[in-house]
Design a protein around this ligand. Sequence first.
Ligand code: MG
Length: 224
Amino acid sequence: MKRIEVIQNVLEANDTIASRNRQLLDRHKVFVINIMSAPGAGKTSLILQTLTRLKGKLDIAVIEGDVASTVDAEKVQGRAKAVVQINTGNMPESCSLMAAMIESALKDMPLDDIDVVLIENVGNLICPAEFTLGEHKRVVISSLPEGDDKPIKYPLIFADADAVIINKMDLLPHVDFNIAAFRRSVTGLNPKVEVFQLSTKTGQGLEGWCSWLLEQVRTNALKR
Ligand code: MG
């Protein structure tokens, strides 16, 4: 029973900081997307494609969350308006970014010059579902090699998502992934979710994702 209380307190403290983040972001009209997936599903690749395609349309900053290393931040560096790397370390409680980490990352960002912050969360489908960061939208990426059963195995992260991306569509001829079954599981958990099918490698389907993102920013956080 004690342990359950401790977890409850951690989550409540996180929610308090997350709403503080949200107020700060809304004050500066910065739109934030929390991108979550298993390792290797294509979070960094999606961010890189989005930066390339929306260049000149939106000023985008990136927060990179990883247990260790700066390899993803280095890939994004130079293409984004600002990049902040967060290393959570190899602790049991560091399997997700937490609102306090985002709060300190935002302090290093020129918020008045930024339209969007893309947050790459730590790669797993469990912990990031529990911790809100103050983001406006939550996006989950599933890729074809992972199999089509992930919404059944990890329902919470899919149930809370605003958009689900099916990535690596270029591999469809080579893997057993039933797109219709996957989409059925996702909409069963989350009837209003947007689902995109794309390949960050070939670029197919990226326009749909980018127009959705532009539309979200236009309706929710337009600066100009
Ligand atoms: Mg990555």
